[in-house]
Design a protein around this ligand. Structure first.
Ligand SMILES: Cc1ncc(COP(=O)(O)O)c(C=O)c1O
Length: 376
């Protein structure tokens, strides 16, 4: 049996997503930019999907731009505003690299967080001057699950630099939170389908009307000129099916997964001496369990867990394999010896009680084994 606790990296496709995508991969294969019947059928599917996605994000259908995933949505937001109006871009130190590296590439300003992972509002205030064109603050963090006070950030941006555009990366928030409500003040919102039961390589950026944004890709002018390239029709339809399934079951899933996550975290905190939790539990999305084990190296732990059939990650998926402490934990002031022993177990809609039982046994056993061999 495989115990899959890496939902923050990606999630299994929901069955209703596969069912919705299949006809678009077979009989309805048209290019939606054409004008004949086969093309029109594909175009109709995309416009129906656009309405579903818009509704879930509190936007108008004409404000949704389909992208090739979360990374592309983030890049379009950051670089697109910069290209359109120029000025300084600002983001937090705990953003996903899709935002953080985009901001750094443009010479942007990076705002720190406190020990619980929440943006330092005084530092944000200092970063906001009249030159700022874009502020990007994620809704929920991918490594520690902490949710940022976006309404407070929006109020500060409005009062200090009203011309600046507020972007939020809601990629990790969407599975758990009502993004329409929490990101109501953001002009740009990124999501990615594969984090909530949809296919990989499909995402969306909400671009509220009137937001200055230049395209990154030039070509056929699809998506109102903001994202050229033939649409991934099946992917977009799959994302909409995942949105519907996620939103309609969200409340029940959150309730169930919070209980599973709490049992997972509390059991490991009790069973493993020295185990600490990263980020404040009360600020986290339901699926996140981030722990550190002093005296243990994440990579060695992941190898033993993998051998025991437990799929987990150290920090973010793209950082695993590298022996550098996670930029998120470092920004939170977690000392390197703890950050290097971090483990992210992330639950999802398909997680079960058995997953928790197996993970607790496997993690406790692996940590004991590693500490035993270290002391020999
Ligand atoms: C917070 C966050 N933003 C952006 C991304 C990138 O999304 P994608 O994998 O669709 O490119 C991820 C995925 O790891 C993420 O967790």
């Amino acid at each position: 049996v495989v115990t899959y606790l890496d939902h923050a990296a990606t999630t299994p496709l929901r069955p209703e997503v596969v069912a919705a995508m299949t006809p678009m991969l077979t009989e309805h294969f048209g290019n939606p930019s054409g004008s004949h019947a086969v093309a029109r059928r594909a175009k109709q599917a995309i416009e129906e999907a656009r309405e579903v996605v818009a509704d879930a994000l509190g936007a108008a259908p004409g404000e949704v731009v389909f992208t090739g995933g979360g990374t592309e949505a983030d890049n379009l937001a950051v670089a697109g505003v910069y290209e359109a109006v120029g000025g300084a871009v600002v983001c937090t130190a705990v953003e996903h690299h899709a935002v953080l590296h985009s901001c750094r590439h443009l010479g942007g300003r990076v705002v720190g967080v406190d020990a619980s992972g929440v943006i330092d509002m005084a530092a944000l205030a200092r970063a906001l001057d009249g030159d700022v064109c874009l502020v990007s603050v994620m809704l929920a963090n991918n490594e520690v699950g902490v949710v940022q006070p976006l309404a407070e950030v929006a109020a500060m941006v409005r009062s200090r630099t009203p011309a600046a555009v507020l972007h939020t990366d809601a990629v990790q928030a969407f599975p758990w939170l009502d993004v329409a409500e929490l990101a109501a003040d953001a002009a740009l919102i990124s999501i990615s389908a594969h984090k909530f039961g949809g296919p990989k390589g499909v995402g969306a950026l909400v671009v509220r009307s009137g937001t200055p944004l230049a395209p990154l890709l030039h070509g056929g002018g699809q998506e109102r000129g903001l994202r050229s390239g033939t649409h991934d029709v099946a992917g977009i339809v799959g994302m909409a099916a995942a949105v519907t399934a996620c939103v309609s079951s969200r409340k029940a899933v959150v309730e169930r997964v919070v209980a599973l996550r709490d049992r997972l975290a509390d059991s490991l905190l009790a069973a493993v001496p020295g185990c600490v939790e990263n980020g404040s539990r009360s600020l986290k999305v339901a699926g996140n369990c981030s722990l550190s084990f002093p005296g243990v190296e994440s990579e060695a732990l992941l190898v033993l867990l993998d051998a025991a059939g437990v799929c987990a990650s150290a920090g973010s998926a793209c950082a695993s394999g590298a022996m550098e402490p996670s930029h998120v934990l470092t920004a939170m002031g977690v000392p390197p010896e703890l950050a290097l022993g971090s483990l992210r177990l992330s639950l999802g809609w398909s997680s079960t009680d058995d997953d928790v039982d197996r993970a607790v046994a496997a993690v406790a056993g692996a940590v004991e084994q590693l500490r035993g061999s270290a002391s020999r």
